[in-house]
Design a protein around this ligand. Structure first.
Ligand SMILES: [Cu+2]
Length: 130
């Protein structure tokens, strides 16, 4: 009895994994002083994986108030973390990180590099969630 219950749980886990939607992958390049692309189109409810890559000569950050209170998974060169929200990700030159989340609100939301002077120099963009 206990044995068949365990098997059922395994089958359930396997089918849940098979049905998990494939995330939309968007590569976002960071450099002095731009994000490329500057406009990221997302779909409400569709999982997304942002692949942030710092291709500049100095450190840059990614901050979006949209992600402050949204569950996210961050996977970097040396870590993997699930968090109830994301404040900021800072990447050194050549650094890369993946940010995974499911958009839960439609609209247009600004993101930016919040290192001093970078946003003012034009290093910002927009999440468009439809
Ligand atoms: Cu910057």
């Amino acid at each position: 009895m206990a044995c068949s219950l365990a098997l059922g749980a395994v089958l359930l886990a396997a089918s849940a994994r098979a049905q998990a939607p494939v995330p939309m992958v968007v590569r976002v390049s960071m450099q002095e002083f731009t994000f490329q692309p500057a406009t990221i189109h997302l779909t409400d409810g569709r999982p997304v994986r942002l692949v942030l890559v710092n291709q500049g000569q100095i450190a840059h950050q990614f901050e979006a108030s949209y992600l402050h209170a949204l569950p996210v998974r961050v996977v970097g060169d040396a870590l993997s973390a699930d968090a109830p929200g994301l404040d900021v990700i800072r990447l050194n030159p050549g650094g890369t990180a993946r940010v995974e989340f499911v958009p839960r609100r439609r609209g247009r939301f600004v993101f930016a590099c919040t290192l001093e002077g970078h946003k003012e120099a034009g290093m910002l963009g927009r999440l468009e969630v439809r």
